[in-house]
Design a protein around this ligand. Sequence first.
Ligand code: ACO
Length: 426
Amino acid sequence: MADTAKIQVDGKTVDLPVMKGTDGPNVIDIRKIYAEADVFTYDPGFTSTASCESKITFIDGDKGVLLHRGYPIDQLAEESSFLEVCYLLLHGELPSAPQYAEFESNIIHHTMLHEQFDRFFQGFRRDAHPMAIMVGAVGALSAFYHDSTNINDPEQRMISAHRMIAKMPTIAARAFKYFRGQPFVYPRNDLNYAENFLRMCFSVPAEEWVPNPVLTRAMDRIFILHADHEQNASTSTVRSAGSSGANPFACIAAGIACLWGPAHGGANEEALNMLAEIGSVDRIPEYVQGVKDRRYRLMGFGHRVYKNYDPRAKVMQKTCHEVLAEVGHQDDPLLKVAVELEKIALSDPYFVERKLYPNVDFYSGITLRALGFPAEMFTVLFSLARTVGWIAQWKEMIEDPAYKISRPRQIYTGSGPRDYVPFDKR
Ligand code: ACO
């Protein structure tokens, strides 16, 4: 492709530079289009607009590729650990052994919350949705850690990144315990990240919690699979909030609020509900017919970007089988429905023609349920894992000299200018 694109408006030609990334489609730089041609561009939902330059994550939806800093997600999920992926996303390279040891120790030793913070939870109604608690509690971190809210200080930016990665499991586990009506469990520095989180969720004073390596590895892998996903809705929200100079804790709270929506983080709960509604393998043909009649959609299928397959879904399917075997649920009727439904859908022309494949959410709900989490916690776990992606993208934005406050334009279609009419004349 040429280095410039031409656009003609009212007989006037404007040359626009074409930007080339390492991979992916070229991008037409339209920044001067308003100044030179007096027009805006229209792109609701930003489906054709690159909002930033980024070196963090690359997705090729047609080929089913997801890379973090160049490394394929399946390799990271199989061979790495969540904290190593955190380091990679934040710093751009895999850590050396000493770098990893220092990073891990840094995170593991900052998992406690200010003791006064615990009183904050008591203000929520006893049946508060854990995501409502997450939005409030993470935003409240800025009231406790004033010493890391100066966004112009690189050291404070890194400290706030470490703090959030370290404290998010503690906040998420407290949201769960509060929702369950159980006492809070304090973190322990001798456990790894996933073990610590599972213990804070499932340990009770009446019974010691013993880590199960298959389940903690599965938890860690689920965190890896959700760590980042390019400029999705919640990440764009974090960047947008941060573009005004807001502190990082407030920005991550904004990301959590966006993730809460069913079109974003809530899909695995919907997929689990759908499998329960189908209930048994013999009801699948009837359900699939309903999808073809457009009465409902197959939840956990299809993706805005992946039109070949979702590379995370394969890892998730394997993890699901491992977890269910470990907890003795391999005969779970929902798993049988999921496996059969996937088989049928992948060979049915209706789904094949529309390039509909299982996405990461298809198997994650069953897996999380087998790990012991209720559906209300699914999006909380997603937000815990995505925090590193959000904070890495926020840091990248602040460090980018080209960054500007997010301020889209519009096509105004309301009334033209008119004079105010007093009450007695309306
Ligand atoms: N079940 C049945 N048909 C579907 C599905 C589905 N899950 N998804 C898309 N289609 C069909 C549409 O009816 C449409 O058919 P048509 O061309 O005959 O009208 C065609 O496929 C294209 O659909 P679009 O809505 O244009 O596809 P889009 O890329 O916009 O949608 C989305 C992506 C929203 C994820 C969609 O596939 C969907 O609703 N899936 C179910 C919900 C889900 O699992 N979401 C999780 C996404 S992954 C994540 O957020 C982590």
